[in-house]
Design a protein around this ligand. Sequence first.
Ligand SMILES: Cc1cc2nc3c(=O)[nH]c(=O)nc-3n(C[C@H](O)[C@H](O)[C@H](O)COP(=O)(O)OP(=O)(O)OC[C@H]3O[C@@H](n4cnc5c(N)ncnc54)[C@H](O)[C@@H]3O)c2cc1C
Length: 379
Amino acid sequence: MTIKPTRIEAKKKLTYFIEEKLVNYSKLRNFKIDIDDKTTTSNLSPYITHGILSENEVVRESLKKHSYLTSEKFIQEILWRIYWRGWLELRPQVWKNYLKNLKKLKDEFKDNKKYIQVTEGNSNIECFNDWVKELKESNYLHNHARMWFASIWIFTFNLPWELGAAFFMKYLYDGDTASNTLSWRWVAGIQTKGKHYLAKEWNIKKFTNEKYKKIVINENALPIKENIEYSIINKELKNQKIEGNKKLLIFENNLFFENSEYNDKIFEKIIIVKNDNRKNSLCKKVINFKNDLINDQLNRLNKKSISCDIINIDDIKKIKEDFYIFYPYVGENLDFINLNNLTKVNFLYREIDLFAWQYCNKGFFNFKNYIPKIIQKFC
Ligand SMILES: Cc1cc2nc3c(=O)[nH]c(=O)nc-3n(C[C@H](O)[C@H](O)[C@H](O)COP(=O)(O)OP(=O)(O)OC[C@H]3O[C@@H](n4cnc5c(N)ncnc54)[C@H](O)[C@@H]3O)c2cc1C
């Protein structure tokens, strides 16, 4: 699958999906079919993760062509990202603990033979090896393959979920702190306590159109146990009035200033921030992909004669006056701001997030009830 890092390509892909694929999405989405024009899902996640397409825009465009009923399953999937982000905002300690454990585990497993075999695609499970290869070559995996992959990693290879999540983050073009960390926790059975996702041979065979013959995996494992209760933190998040002619900083997950609710405000300059120094390291192709998306945003702003620069994350410390930042969500970029005590920062939030996050205190089934209300207000 090819994913070209421009807004123009993102828009083309969205239009193609809405015109050709959306109508059969709910029926076919679980099938993993490895032929480019036969794909069953939208492949839009690398764009949505980086803000090149917003959830509002995707839902709005879908509803222009299809009824709510036809689009419902797709709209629910689109809203998962907002839900996961909101869930993590309320429990940021989950992210902190993940990073702490990851540091320890990376060291512990660096010479582990099984871990090396698995991550090099040399295990004794053919389908798993194919997905490792696919992930490294295309930097994408179908959702069902991600679920099987994570399940086999945790319950057949008995490897820690944190290392699996870091492996995905390293190679995925759509690597997203909340969606990735919480999906791995969900497969392990610690996100919804006691409920894990166990991949089954019949299921893999059916949804890959019998591509694989004999798949020997552990189909009887028990969920992973975690004895931590994460309580919800109370954060008063609200937007402030934009005042004065200040700089606006944007990170990699908000690379579409023109489409934001702040696009009519005047900023002294827009500064796009690159982060090449992460705890969860990224492969070269993912770094290049992000850089291309950043350059695409820069070019679009230049065409509109909006003053714009690119800086490295460390250079934020040099900004001495008050400035705005599009809120980067719980993750490595926010950690940098918090760790460095950057007091001149004023966060700007997306209104859809502020509204939807009030429904993220419970599970997605509860959140789902509010989706019509959310999209009526924002899409
Ligand atoms: C273990 C695991 C790890 C994952 N890691 C990531 C990740 O790092 N980044 C990421 O964007 N998604 C992640 N997902 C969710 C999901 O697999 C991808 O969003 C989806 O495969 C993207 O393909 P698509 O655009 O064709 O999806 P479609 O089926 O076309 O869905 C449309 C859009 O809805 C959103 N979406 C769909 N399913 C989910 C979901 N479960 N969670 C959040 N958003 C969703 C995405 O924005 C997607 O583009 C993960 C899932 C699992 C099981």
